[in-house]
Structures are given as structure tokens and as C-alpha cells.
Ligand binder design. Structure first.
Ligand SMILES: NC(=O)c1ccc[n+]([C@@H]2O[C@H](COP(=O)([O-])OP(=O)(O)OC[C@H]3O[C@@H](n4cnc5c(N)ncnc54)[C@H](OP(=O)(O)O)[C@@H]3O)[C@@H](O)[C@H]2O)c1
Length: 229
């Protein structure tokens, strides 16, 4: 993996294969708290492969950065739909599910206390069940009908989480951007074309967010960017 575009001369230099330590330095947050969202898509914009899962399109370079960003994070924030679609199990870092229904995905129901949190609303259909499964203190009620995503960021920071990592999905990313909660989009573009009708990395009502390229890495045609919001 090599740097194509960096923010300063130090980042551009070298040109050789980046070590994990190099990547940690290149992906360092400029300040904390910092909310980064990491997504992947094909060159023709698909956020999934043919069967609707991201696992079909991410490759070794994307996985390397995906796992590195998890290690660098204090907490992972993910839409409940993504956790269901991707079969999320307990991760290296505590996982915060964002959900209007408060339904805890099957593979996360028996996680150790505190490994899974739920951010939801007071009208959620499965609120009592989520509390019973995860523990009252791990269920954050942030609004009555819509999850207050700014409030979620503030609540996680108040719990001591300085480095927040979002992993989608497309609806949650769109809503986080709409609420002005995201500092950075880490986006991988894999050199594949899949045609068909698939979600992009954002979904839902239109928005128009301008980004600033901070870093661009390349490995065998895969492009990995850091885009500041
Ligand atoms: N390419 C990538 O990097 C990437 C990353 C992640 C996911 N994906 C793919 O994207 C697809 C899923 O897309 P999606 O847009 O449906 O996933 P999503 O954003 O995770 O949203 C689906 C569900 O998450 C919850 N949710 C999302 N936004 C919310 C909000 N603002 N407030 C409250 N709850 C919210 C809701 O859960 P409840 O139904 O429980 O209320 C909603 O039904 C899957 O195929 C997955 O593999 C791709």
C-alpha cells in the first residue's frame, strides 16, 4: 500500500509499502472527540455485492484498514439493519446499535454485558426486550420517535469514548451527515464493477455534503481515502 495524496510532505514521502505503524499515523484523528465513518464501494458505486452484503466486495486492502480503524476506535456505531445483514457478532470494541425498533440482532443477544449498546427511542417496539438483553444502562433512549444522533455522539463522549467509528449502513450514514455529526468519511473504492441495482454508501432523502480530500492510498487498484466533512 502506498500514499498517492497526503496532506503534507511527510505523508507523501517514502513511496514504499506502508507498515501498520505508518497507517496508524496516517489515519490519526486531528483532534478528539472524532467521529469517523468507514465505508466501501465498487467503482460503479455499489455498496454491496450481488447478494446484498458488503463482505462480497471488500478485499484484503479494505479489510486491513477496516480492522486497523476498529483497533484505533473506542466504540463502533452501526445501524441495526447493517448488523443484521452482515451478521455482526461481538467485536473488538463495544458496538452501539442504532435502531428505531430496538431489536437486538440474534448474534449479539448473548454478548457480555457492556459489549453491545442500543441507541433507540422511547416508542421503540422492542425497548423492554433490549433492556432485558443488554442491561438498562446500555440502552440509550434518545428521543421519542427519531434517534437524536447529535445526542448519541454527546452521550458516547460523556461515557469517555473519544474516538467513534461508524460502519454504516447507508441510511445511518446519510442521517449522521444530515445531523452534522460526522467528522470524516473513510471510503474505499475497490476496482470492480457489478452493475445491477444496489445501494450506494448513502441512502435516503437527498443531501449535499461537501468533502475535503485529506489522504489517498492505493493498493493494486484499490483506492482508500480520508475525506473530511
Ligand atoms: N459498503 C459499505 O461500506 C456498507 C456498510 C454498511 C452496510 N452496508 C450494506 O448496506 C445494507 C444495509 O443498508 P441500510 O441503509 O438498510 O442499513 P442501515 O443504515 O444500517 O439502516 C437500516 C436500519 O438501521 C437502523 N437505522 C438506520 N438509521 C437509523 C436512524 N437514523 N435512526 C434509527 N435507526 C436507524 C434501523 O433499524 P431498525 O429497523 O431496527 O429500526 C434501520 O431499519 C446491507 O446490505 C449492508 O451490507 C454496506
Amino acid at each position: 500500500m502506498r500514499v498517492l495524496i497526503g496532506d503534507d510532505e511527510g505523508q507523501r514521502g517514502g513511496g514504499g509499502d506502508l507498515t501498520d505503524d505508518d497507517l496508524v499515523a496516517l489515519y490519526a484523528a486531528p483532534r478528539t472527540p472524532w467521529f469517523r465513518v468507514n465505508m466501501v464501494s465498487t467503482l460503479d458505486g455499489s455498496a454491496t455485492g450481488a447478494t446484498g452484503r458488503t463482505g462480497e466486495i471488500n478485499n484484503a486492502a479494505d479489510k486491513r484498514v477496516f480492522h486497523l480503524l476498529r483497533r484505533m476506535a473506542d466504540v463502533i456505531v452501526v445501524g441495526a439493519g447493517t448488523a443484521r445483514a452482515e451478521g455482526y457478532g461481538p467485536a473488538l470494541r463495544p458496538t452501539v446499535l442504532v435502531s428505531r425498533s430496538a431489536e437486538v440482532p440474534e448474534a449479539l443477544r448473548r454478548a457480555e454485558p457492556g459489549r453491545v449498546l442500543m441507541a433507540t427511542v422511547s416508542h421503540a417496539e422492542r425497548l423492554d426486550e433490549a433492556r432485558a438483553l443488554l442491561g438498562d444502562e446500555h440502552v440509550l433512549v434518545l428521543g421519542s420517535h427519531r434517534v437524536d444522533l447529535g445526542g448519541l455522539r454527546a452521550a458516547l463522549v460523556a461515557r469517555g469514548h473519544r474516538s467513534l467509528l461508524g460502519e454504516g449502513g447507508p441510511h445511518l450514514l446519510r442521517d449522521l451527515l444530515d445531523r452534522g455529526v460526522v467528522d470524516e468519511l473513510a471510503a474505499t473504492v475497490v476496482p470492480r464493477l457489478v452493475a445491477g441495482t444496489h445501494p450506494r454508501i448513502t441512502d435516503g432523502p437527498p443531501l449535499d455534503v461537501h468533502l475535503r480530500l485529506h489522504l489517498l492510498l492505493e493498493h493494486e487498484g484499490t483506492l482508500l481515502g480520508r475525506w473530511l466533512v
